[in-house]
Design a protein around this ligand. Sequence first.
Ligand code: PLP
Ligand code: CA
Length: 307
Amino acid sequence: GGGRGCVTLRGAQIRDLLDSKHNVLFDCDGVIWNGEAAVTGAPEVVSLLKQRGKRVFFVTNNCTRPRENYVQKFSRLGFTDIAEEEIFSSAYCSAAYLRDVARLQGKVFVIGCSGVMKELQDAGVPVLEEDEAADREPGTSIYNCPLDPDVKAVLVGYDENFTFMKLAKASCYLMNSECLFLATDPDPWHPLRGGRITPGSGSLTAALETASSRKATVIGKPSRFMYECISSQFDLDPDRSLMVGDRLETDILFGSNCGLSTVLTLTGVSTLEEAHRYRDSDEPGQKDCVPDYVVESVADFLEALEE
Ligand code: PLP
Ligand code: CA
């Protein structure tokens, strides 16, 4: 037990930390906003960081919107001058992976939403167009629904229209060991208003992993690929980069996997108690989920950034 990490930062320490970094990577939900409400002070923190010459990037596992929609959301929530190029979502990075890493020759079968579809389209990755109305016709079932031999990858993301039919088709495609199996992100669930939750991409991926006896390649946090996506476009020195997140198993592990300093904010999913549990655990690997630093909120950066 014991060990390092989870250092609660105050005033001058925040200033020193920010002074030592050139790049700040922010998770979105739970860090700079919660649903449709900006975290108090977050827009000011982002713009002050930029004014101080820092480069700011947004790294989100939320695959439901294309990049251009995020630009609108930022501006709606009071963040000024956020460019598409600064936003790295699991949908955008999944499309980049299929185009640049897998160099997919064939179509993708998508379990997902319009954000994923739009990013694949923008990247020029061919998507299997599904005729969902035909699938619902009497007589159509898992026994006779059409399967396209050109499908060479299955991509699973958050899908509020997830069905048994989609799961069945994806399982059949994955019988072919040459067919790639990708997941936008491993998130188990997300908080909604009123104490509710919604199942995340990870829960849909788990269903398909069981059905196919295969493991998906994860694109989003905590996989290093999102960092590689950023560093392929911007020259990033990990020693001079900071990852700020609210979920230990994705954001903080991502930071650890990429060799970044990590800050946990307590405005989202994970608690200080959970961070201490990882810190005090003797099990291997758990230490990678321990944040270097903890703040109540990104608003704690404000004081350090103001003159
Ligand atoms: N995926 C979905 C569908 C979500 O609704 C959310 C959060 O609202 C996320 C992922 C997590 O996003 P982030 O990585 O910005 O916390
Ligand atoms: Ca988050």
